[in-house]
Design a protein around this ligand. Structure first.
Ligand SMILES: NC(=O)c1ccc[n+]([C@@H]2O[C@H](COP(=O)([O-])OP(=O)(O)OC[C@H]3O[C@@H](n4cnc5c(N)ncnc54)[C@H](O)[C@@H]3O)[C@@H](O)[C@H]2O)c1
Length: 438
């Protein structure tokens, strides 16, 4: 099939490369000429494991190409996927749909023959109806249908998730569009990935409900971790104990510094606003948002308490800046309020991240960036493990101990080290929701 993908970011590029790998003919479009130039030169503008090889193979096979021109690929396509950003609107937390609306106008102007316009971007319920209205207004003669096909991939495991999804959700109210979408996903259907067909509004809401539920799980275990700290219980064991119950499940029960990233914060805020617009209050969602925001803002204070109260003039080493491992994405990373809080408490902050420093420099100033974890720890009074990159799980702790100051504090916000062992090595070790020793 001939597909056009509008927006070549984390979702658009991965989707485009995977669709091409299924055998479809794919053109990825982006407004950002620098991104398209890089891709044409064989450079991948984001960090996503395995994506460079997948793109190279499919470009070489002639199934995948890149352009800044929307009109040509859209005119040729049977399905056009909208994968542009839907960030939080400044001020009120609603999803900012300006990129979606602008791209739909461009797509509408170029439509030829029956075409399915598919929203892969995360958009509030009812956006599909608005897209229909925009296309009709721009091109009253167009033969088209609008489908919702929200994306559930996780950055860092995006290719695997796209090719082995738990489910594919397709919201269509039109039989021809349903047939096209069935054909697009036929290779995955053959692999037994379940396709869930729903109405368009339902599909739009499934995406937000999924993210809100996952954010709730994280926030729930984080609050239980706080209670563990007061009571001497161990949150990892609590999570294990409840997670073995199939009705609960073990995923997303890792206590930590609070969720961040390119999706959860903005999607939770947008869902709460949508509910308000429709005269319903989602109180649980509102509480999750408030509890998580407070938690992220409190992280620097947690480090200060671990250091005896004051950070004035102390050096704090931060390991990991991206919102999770295996991505360079810094959008809404919990490291941002942490570092800002540390600097506000007059700490000297040194930071290291395996791939995120380039992006981090755009959002975090006043930080010294180190070349590696040991250089980062050099002379530090406290070391904070912020992102659980694989390489931080197997640090040479003797070397870290030697590099740090006399009375070294480690604040492990991902619970990757053993409290007993850390204490035995001479660290003042603090983790999340676990007794200081075993
Ligand atoms: N990143 C994720 O893990 C993830 C997962 C699931 C869903 N989503 C959703 O997918 C959507 C895209 O997210 P992302 O992280 O890929 O965003 P992104 O910012 O990485 O990419 C968006 C791209 O769209 C381009 N763009 C904007 N307007 C355009 C236009 N008119 N024509 C062509 N290109 C245009 C931008 O230049 C940018 O490269 C969002 O709605 C997001 O919520 C993201």
């Amino acid at each position: 099939m001939r597909l056009a993908i509008i927006g070549t970011g984390y979702v658009g590029l991965v989707s485009g490369a995977c669709f091409a790998d299924f055998g479809h003919q794919v053109v990825c479009v982006d407004k950002d000429g620098g991104k398209i130039d890089a891709l044409r030169a064989g450079r991948i503008p984001i960090y996503e494991p395995g994506l460079d090889d997948l793109v190279a193979t499919n470009v070489e096979a002639g199934r995948l190409s890149f352009t800044t021109d929307t009109a040509g690929p859209v005119a040729d396509a049977e399905a056009v996927f909208i994968a542009v950003g839907t960030p939080s609107r400044r001020g009120d937390g609603h999803a900012d749909l300006s990129y979606v609306h602008a791209s739909v106008r461009e797509v509408a102007a170029a439509l030829q023959g029956f075409t399915v316009i598919v929203t892969k971007s995360t958009v509030p319920v009812g956006t599909g109806d608005e897209i229909v209205r925009i296309v009709r207004e721009t091109r009253p003669d167009a033969d088209f249908a609008v489908a919702s096909n929200p994306e559930f991939l996780r950055e860092g495991a995006a290719i695997h998730d796209f090719k082995h999804p738990d489910r594919i959700v397709v919201g269509v109210d039109d039989e021809r569009a349903r047939a096209v979408m069935g054909e697009v996903y036929r290779p995955l259907y053959l692999n037994r990935a379940p396709i869930v067909y729903t109405g368009r509004r339902t599909a739009e809401l499934i995406k937000y409900a999924a993210n809100a539920f996952l954010a709730t799980k994280i926030t729930f275990i984080n609050e239980i971790a706080d209670l563990c700290e007061r009571t001497g219980a161990n949150v990892q064991e609590v999570a294990h104990g409840i997670g073995l119950d199939n009705r609960i499940g073990s995923k997303f029960l890792h206590a930590g510094p609070g969720y961040g990233g390119s999706c959860f914060p903005k999607d939770i805020a947008a869902l709460a606003k949508t509910a308000q617009d429709f005269g319903t209050e989602l109180r649980i969602v509102g509480a999750v948002e408030a509890v998580n925001d407070a938690r992220k803002r409190a992280t620097a204070g947690r480090v200060a308490r671990a250091c005896g109260g004051s950070l004035d003039g102390r050096t704090v080493a931060v390991l990991g800046l991206t919102f999770k491992p295996n991505t360079d994405d810094m959008r809404d990373a919990p490291s941002i309020p942490l570092v800002e809080g540390l600097l506000a408490m007059r700490a000297r902050v040194r930071a290291y991240d395996p791939v995120g420093i380039g992006q981090a420099k755009k959002v975090l100033t006043g930080v010294t960036y180190a070349e590696g974890p040991y250089e980062c720890a050099e002379g530090a009074d406290a070391l904070v493990i912020m992102t659980e990159w694989e390489q931080f799980r197997a640090l040479d702790l003797g070397r870290i101990r030697q590099a740090m100051s006399q009375d070294p504090v480690v604040v492990d916000l991902r619970n990757i080290y053993d409290p007993e062992r850390m204490a035995a090595m001479g660290f003042r070790y603090h983790s999340v929701g676990r007794p200081p020793r075993g």
